[in-house]
Ligand binder design. Structure first.
Ligand code: NAP
Length: 242
């Protein structure tokens, strides 16, 4: 339910043409939280595979539309019609934990396809629209993109690659701001998978909320036009999990 005051603000924003944001992974977890946080101010394009989940998030927001997509196969036709893009948030990713001794090439390929190649390709396809808007790209990275630990090699390597992608893009595209956000553990489906692998309980009070990560993304988006917030690290205030 959108409160009346917010509805009036939303109507005013719509009348003055909202900036457009495309958020991947918007069907759940961090991407959905980012989409909700952008909802009051932006026209939000919601990327993901689960069409009913995307439709449910869209229905909560004043100006949003689902964009069902398998990101590993994204093509020019998928982004046709996006002429101007103010914000591209890459939140979609997968994790497959395991020891290097146990992870075959297929696991590495799968993770790099989603976490790196799809990010690079979607960005490439949307660069003309981002340039037109002098827009911003936000990559949701991970603590694993800052430090590689045992059992995390392939995921961490994909997130180190994502940092490299963001750093190079920032220098190549002088008029597009590029931000990397490095969260610690977040209480989402992905963390359920991680804890199942680690054999520990899922304790959401020890993790970041998806909403806190969304607030960090918003901080980068709302930095003044003179400010380029390049990197942001956030960790659960409760400290590290054993
Ligand atoms: N959770 C954590 O503890 C944690 C910690 C640090 C960093 N991160 C990072 O935070 C970001 C968000 O993670 P999360 O926890 O929100 O993950 P999540 O709950 O597992 O959600 C993953 C999202 O990515 C989408 N997705 C995955 N593969 C896709 C594909 N091939 N094509 C299209 N969409 C795809 C999913 O869409 P569908 O459901 O529609 O398929 C879903 O919306 C990721 O970049 C992750 O690496 C997470």
């Amino acid at each position: 339910m959108i409160p009346a005051v917010a509805r009036r603000v939303n109507m005013l924003i719509t009348m003055t043409e909202r900036p457009t944001a495309l958020v991947t992974g918007a069907s759940r977890g961090v991407g959905a939280a980012v989409a909700r946080a952008l909802g009051p101010t932006h026209h939000v394009i919601l990327g993901g595979r689960d069409e009913s989940a995307l439709a449910a998030v869209a229905a909560e927001l004043p100006d949003a539309r689902p964009w069902p997509v398998e990101l590993t196969g994204v093509t020019e036709a998928d982004v046709a019609g996006v002429e101007r893009l103010d914000l591209l948030v890459h939140s979609a990713a997968i994790t497959r934990m395991g020891l290097i001794a146990e992870q075959p090439a297929a696991v590495w390929r799968e993770m790099f396809e989603v976490n790196v190649v799809a990010v690079a390709e979607l960005t490439r396809l949307l660069l003309p629209a981002l340039r037109r808007a002098k827009g911003q790209v936000v990559c949701v990275n991970s603590g694993a993109g800052q430090r590689a630990n045992p059992h995390w090699a392939a995921y961490a390597a994909s997130k180190f690659a994502l940092k490299a992608f963001a750093d190079a893009l920032r220098q190549e595209e002088s008029e597009v701001r590029v931000t990397t956000v490095y969260p610690g553990r977040i209480a989402t489906d992905m963390q359920h998978e991680v804890r199942a692998y680690e054999g520990g309980p899922f304790e959401p009070e020890k993790y970041l909320t998806a909403e806190s990560v969304a607030r960090a993304v918003l901080a980068a988006v709302n930095a003044g036009p003179d400010a380029h917030l390049t990197e942001l690290t956030l960790r659960p205030a409760a400290g590290p999990v054993n």
